[in-house]
Write a protein that binds this ligand. Sequence first.
Ligand SMILES: *[C@@H]1O[C@H](CO)[C@@H](O)[C@H](O)[C@H]1NC(C)=O
Length: 224
Amino acid sequence: MFALTDLRGVFLYGVSIIAFTFSSSSFYSHYGSTLINSTFKSLVAENPGDCNLKCFDEEGCMSINYDRENKKCELNNATKETHSTRLVRHARSIYATIKSPPVFPECKNYKLLTDASRHKSFYQDQQFCDWNLVPGWYRFSGEAGTMMMNECLPKYDRCGGGYLGWMDGTLPLYAHGIVERIACFYRAGNCCAMMVNIRVRNCGCFYVYELKKPPACNLRYCGE
Ligand SMILES: *[C@@H]1O[C@H](CO)[C@@H](O)[C@H](O)[C@H]1NC(C)=O
């Protein structure tokens, strides 16, 4: 599923400009134009907003051409600002320069988990736990790693916890929006001895996780 609930398309046909307003940013598109000689990837998208989101997930993507008739979404490595002569008339196409991805509230307002003892490689017979964790959005950073551990690590003396918490399932792309996942806690041969429902969002260059207080002490969310 794509996070299109945040996307409101304002179609102003006739004045040849289309504004898509995201929750906190917007971009302007040229209706009836296409940028030539700049497409490095071509795919199918349901609408211009969907095409725009696909651009966010592709490194080097700076603008898009969208053909409404065959739903073709072209990702470009140049813009009309950098290559003005490449913008040509094309009746069915919408061109849009991608400014910056919209910044969602949880990508701005999150708490950091930076403690080295939270990293999966941390080895010490010392037990912390997340019993006092305040529910909310968290980003793994610094010595804790860059994301929640994404594999079952069958150990009991790592990351400063008795039960090692890891996220089961794949990390979302930017275009996926907020996704639901399960944090599993390893204990005594069982990779998912206990579990907590969590949510995750790809913010573009990092992930944020909506975490709850685990149901017991010494359960700890591990980083990597
Ligand atoms: C941009 O894409 C075009 C078309 O695929 C390619 O020929 C060109 O080398 C690319 N330029 C850069 C700077 O990546």
